[in-house]
Design a protein around this ligand. Structure first.
Ligand SMILES: Cc1ncc(COP(=O)(O)O)c(C=O)c1O
Length: 399
């Protein structure tokens, strides 16, 4: 006898969540582990945002809100899209939810019929394929090698589209690769999509504000305005404002899809937290200087970890944004550990780094493209530098 539904057999727990949990357990047990598994900024939520949350509690903003979010926040989201992305949305085209993750999950549930295919460029954020499976759809993984900057090309997109394709998922800046699509690249993908009217787009832009150097973020809905009416743009406050625990994300797109997403929320979570919505309003409308400052901190750290990894023979492309590097560990596949065990996969390599260097990273197999490891640099500079030198000496012990 089991109470577990058969659909659960199609889903895996989040690999990054599991790796982060394992690292936390080892740290709690007294091991000196440096965890580079984290998917969140290590900064505090800015003071003015925390103050807005506190004020909301004191002022009694402690009740259910509209299912789709408080009007003031929805208006702030609309202003954000206009100001930062040149995108214009009506009130009925916007939904506020408990994180970008919930918007994406509900979007798949609301749009994917059994057997529908969803194209997911790999490497991808671990949750997309499992969410698609839960919705009854078929994830179609398209491998995008390092030689293509881990980005989907028009040719690969065209080859992946079938009569059953319902959606394409784009994630720029991307987790785990940090790849950022240029306007021209998005327009080129748009050319293909314009030939396939049935294919919708979910554009996950959660790392929008974390970009480096001259890299400029662009949304596909702005790069190819003819696609805006079939694109769901997903964003949120988690990464830009160091607000992962507040759980506020938002989506904007076709009114009919938004209506169904709101219906799902009305039957599941009712609304996002009233207090967090007040804080998110302060984030979107308040001063943005900490966002820019944090971004330059991430850029400095990206350089620290990249230099160390390249010295260790773990080549990684320079990410255009987000706070991860996706390092190629093919040089160590087939090598022997000091204990004689052979490293056969990136999972073995990640395990070796944990055992020998006491550094926790996530194996590329979780992201659909091997042999790589993902390292987060949302970690203090000195710990990151220490992780780099530990990785280097561990790699030197492989024969
Ligand atoms: C690509 C991507 N999308 C969405 C999310 C979830 O964001 P939120 O905290 O708003 O749910 C994450 C978090 O790790 C992510 O990496």
């Amino acid at each position: 006898m089991t109470l577990v539904a058969s659909r659960m057999a199609r889903v895996q727990p989040s690999a990054s969540g599991m790796a982060a949990m394992r690292a936390r357990q080892l740290i709690a047990a007294g091991h000196d582990i440096i965890s580079l598994t984290v998917g969140e900024p290590d900064f505090d939520t800015p003071d003015h945002i925390r103050a807005a949350g506190e004020a909301a509690i004191r002022n009694g903003q402690t009740r259910y809100t509209n299912v789709d979010g408080i009007p003031a926040l929805k208006q702030a989201v609309a202003r954000k899209f206009l100001r930062e992305n040149g995108l214009s949305y009506e009130n009925n085209q916007i939904v506020v939810a408990s994180g970008a993750k919930q918007v994406i999950f509900n979007a798949f549930l609301a749009s994917v019929d059994p057997g529908d295919e969803v194209i997911i460029p790999a490497p991808y954020w671990v949750s997309y394929p499992d969410m698609v499976r839960l919705a009854g759809g078929e994830p179609v993984e398209v491998k995008c090698p390092a030689a293509d900057g881990f980005k989907l090309t028009p040719e690969r997109l065209e080859a992946a589209i079938t009569p059953r394709t319902k959606l394409l998922v784009l994630n720029s800046p991307g987790n785990p690769s940090g790849a950022v699509y240029t306007r021209d690249e998005l327009k080129a993908l748009g050319e293909v999509l314009l030939q396939h009217e049935r294919v919708g787009i979910v554009s996950d832009e959660i790392y929008e504000h974390i970009t480096f150097g001259n890299v400029r973020f662009e949304s596909i809905a702005a790069a190819e305005p003819r696609l805006a009416n079939r694109t769901l743009v997903v964003n949120g406050v988690s990464k830009a404002y160091a607000m992962t625990g507040w759980r506020i994300g938002y989506g904007a797109g076709p009114a009919d899809l938004i209506k169904e997403i709101v219906k799902l929320q009305s039957q599941s979570t009712s609304s996002a937290s009233s207090i967090s919505q007040a804080a998110a309003l302060a984030a979107l409308e308040g001063p943005q200087d900490e966002v820019h400052r944090n971004c330059s901190v991430f850029e400095r750290r990206m350089k620290i970890i990249r230099a160390a990894l390249n010295e260790a023979g773990l080549f990684c492309e320079e990410p255009g944004g987000a706070f991860y590097v996706y390092a190629d560990c093919s040089a160590y596949i087939g090598k022997k550990r000091p204990d004689g065990r052979v490293i056969e996969t990136d999972t073995d390599f990640a395990e070796y780094l944990l055992d020998e260097a006491k550094v926790a990273v996530i194996a590329g197999t979780a992201y659909g493209l091997s042999p790589f490891v993902r390292l987060s640099f949302a970690v203090a500079d000195d710990r990151l530098a220490e992780a780099g030198s530990r990785i280097l000496s561990a790699c030197r012990k492989l024969a």
